[in-house]
Design a protein around this ligand. Structure first.
Ligand SMILES: C[S@@+](CC[C@H](N)C(=O)[O-])C[C@H]1O[C@@H](n2cnc3c(N)ncnc32)[C@H](O)[C@@H]1O
Length: 223
């Protein structure tokens, strides 16, 4: 099955149970998420933000305390419908949209947010995504991206699967309805992140990557 379609379908079906991932596994993970929320709020304070793959609006909600306005986008209507039920503290609007094909004019926003999306990008599409993301950001924009390290925690979101001759890795995940999904999920070292983003961001270095036990955060400003 096409890997993008499988991913979209998995998150469409996971929508009602998605947020149980937050607060379910480990107090340390929750502490790290709180740290991420605070850094995000400070880094994108006062900005007009484009959020891609916003899901149920978990991070949109935190950021709405400090951002000027947020355009939150995701390819799945089911997650956006849930996000819309949240209360936000700045102007937030939602739009169904493919992260690889953003329906905005060039340089429309002055900040970009992409949380827990990067790991789901097939490696061959990473440059395409970053170019498209940057296209709609004006010079001086700030970007915030966070995602998981490859940590092992009992019961945490499925077994890692590799396929012969495939540069991507996958997680075998089960939903509450019993359905099983092989979901593309890639993990990166700090050096790999530096290599990827250096191709797109002038002066990008290790100082742009914050790393903790469970998560990494990439923060940078565009020229
Ligand atoms: C791991 S969730 C992250 C949701 C949210 N950012 C968060 O951190 O809670 C990944 C999201 O990517 C969305 N998605 C999958 N393929 C997409 C695409 N091509 N364009 C935009 N969103 C996509 C899914 O619908 C899902 O909501």
């Amino acid at each position: 099955m096409d890997e993008d379609f499988s991913l979209i379908e998995y998150y469409r079906r996971r929508a009602p149970e998605y947020e149980s991932v937050y607060g379910r596994f480990d107090p340390e993970i929750e502490n790290e998420n709180q740290v991420t929320a605070e850094i995000l709020k400070q880094y994108l304070k006062g900005r007009r933000v484009l959020e891609v793959a916003c899901g149920t609006g978990y991070w949109t909600h935190f950021l709405s305390y400090t951002a000027k306005e947020i355009k939150a986008t995701d390819i799945n209507k089911e997650v956006i419908d849930l996000a819309k039920q949240k209360k936000f503290n700045c102007s937030v609007s939602f739009q169904i949209m493919d992260a690889y094909n953003l329906a905005f004019e060039d340089k429309k926003f002055n900040a970009g947010l992409a949380n827990f999306w990067f790991s789901h990008i097939p490696k061959k599409r990473i440059n395409q995504f970053i170019k498209e993301f940057h296209r709609v950001l004006q010079p001086g924009s700030r970007v915030f991206i966070t995602d998981n390290h490859n940590f092992q925690l009992s019961g945490y979101l499925g077994k890692l699967v590799t396929k012969k001759g495939d540069e991507n890795t996958y997680k075998l995940r089960q939903l509450r309805d019993g359905s099983e999904h092989l979901v593309l999920k890639n993990y990166y070292t700090i050096n790999e992140l530096v290599k990827i983003f250096s191709n797109h961001v002038k002066g990008f270095s290790k100082s742009n990557v914050q790393s903790s036990k469970y998560f990494w955060r990439v923060v940078y400003e565009l020229d």
